[in-house]
Design a protein around this ligand. Structure first.
Ligand SMILES: *Cc1c(COP(=O)(O)O)cnc(C)c1O
Length: 358
């Protein structure tokens, strides 16, 4: 079976973990600081704050911006559930704006119509490794005085007109094992704002600025030095991993027939967290069955847009219709693109897809 995702853990990661274990200093410490510094450099920002997951990083970033009960946050309905759940955690309301079917990302031309006096923030998601249209989004945010929190959990190293994602507003990343780099579990917040950085550091550690003095409610969202050691070793390989993902994507796009291959607009650097094709909805199940029989792991990201998830539609009462997101969810299929693929795996994927449509 060719898996849809596979982390690459090599000698460097193992050695780094052993060093931490032997040092006796396991909790948030020096390795976390090293990882933060290196990650901030990669994103070209002043500050980076490590957390226990991408979800806790989103939660922390929203709290640091004081987004709370009564506030509305505009986001995409076509993403992993954490993007929207984190908005609920702080008591705010996710407001879903439909997507652009060519990029799978939020459609900036629809954002202004969703702004109300309660809107505090836009939370664009750079899905599958492709940046959102950040010029358009930043212009709207500026005009309406809104905070921008970028969910870059799938886009480590991606860029928009040469600028790294996570450096436009407050950025949020995940190091879950399937992401472009991993720390097993882990997250990171990136920002150029000293005050936001300082608040994030406090919130991640029970609101503590001075040892055992607590001025606000915080959480235990710390990253351990064990996880940071893995993340730091992986970060050194990010560029290589992304280049292989891009090469694999080019190979697939130049050979696949019968499907819509992913778009990389001019001026964008796509890092292909997923390689997502579109097929006619009524043929997708048969294609999945065909690929599975040929030993190819493929997966639907995401089968149900968030506003249609039972918790959102039934429990929270979302009744909206977002036609592009709904149609997209019925047509997408992600194929393996990760850097552990061999040439024969790529050829096998091409052969299997093309034979289905012949
Ligand atoms: C993975 C992911 C998250 C959450 O990250 P975790 O580390 O799994 O908590 C949030 N948003 C998006 C878009 C993701 O892909």
């Amino acid at each position: 079976m060719i898996p849809i995702a596979r982390p690459i853990i090599e000698a460097e990661e193992k050695q780094a973990v052993l060093e931490v274990l032997e040092s006796g200093m396991l909790a948030q410490g020096e390795r976390v600081q090293d990882f933060e510094k290196a990650f901030a450099e990669m994103c070209n920002v002043r500050y980076a704050i490590a957390t226990s997951s991408g979800t806790t990083a989103l939660h922390t970033a929203l709290l640091a911006h004081q987004i709370a009960s009564g506030a509305e946050v505009i986001t995409s309905p076509f993403t992993f559930i954490a993007s929207a759940n984190s908005i609920l955690y702080v008591g705010a309301r996710p407001v879903f704006v439909d997507i652009d079917e060519r990029t799978f990302n939020i459609d900036p031309s629809l954002i202004e119509a969703a702004i109300t006096p309660q809107t505090r923030a836009i939370l664009p998601v750079h899905l599958f490794g492709l940046s959102c249209d950040m010029d358009a989004i930043m212009a709207i945010a500026q005009k309406h005085g809104l905070v921008v929190i970028e969910d870059a959990c799938q886009s480590h190293g991606a860029a928009y007109h040469g600028q790294r994602v996570g450096s436009f507003g407050t950025g949020v990343f995940s190091f879950y094992p399937t992401k472009n780099i991993t720390s097993a579990e882990g997250g990171m917040i990136t920002t150029n704002d000293a005050e936001i950085a300082e608040r994030c550091r406090a919130i991640r550690q029970h609101g503590m600025r001075q040892r055992y003095y607590h001025d606000e409610l915080g959480f235990n969202f710390r990253m351990t030095d064990v996880h940071a050691a893995i993340g730091l070793a992986q970060l050194k390989k990010l560029q290589r991993f992304n280049q292989i993902r891009q090469k694999n994507a080019r190979y697939l796009s130049s050979r696949l027939r019968g499907v819509v291959t992913p778009l990389t607009p001019e001026g964008y650097e796509h890092v292909f967290h997923q390689y997502t094709i579109r097929v006619e909805a009524h043929r997708r199940a048969a294609l999945i069955q065909h690929l599975t029989q040929q030993g190819i792991g493929c997966s639907i990201y995401y089968p149900i847009p968030i506003h249609k998830q039972r918790f959102y539609s039934e429990t929270l009462g979302y009744r909206q219709s977002l036609p592009i997101a709904e149609k997209t969810a019925s047509e997408v299929l992600s194929l393996p693109v990760h850097p552990a693929l061999r040439q024969q795996d790529l050829d096998c994927i091409v052969q299997a897809v093309n034979s289905f449509f012949e």
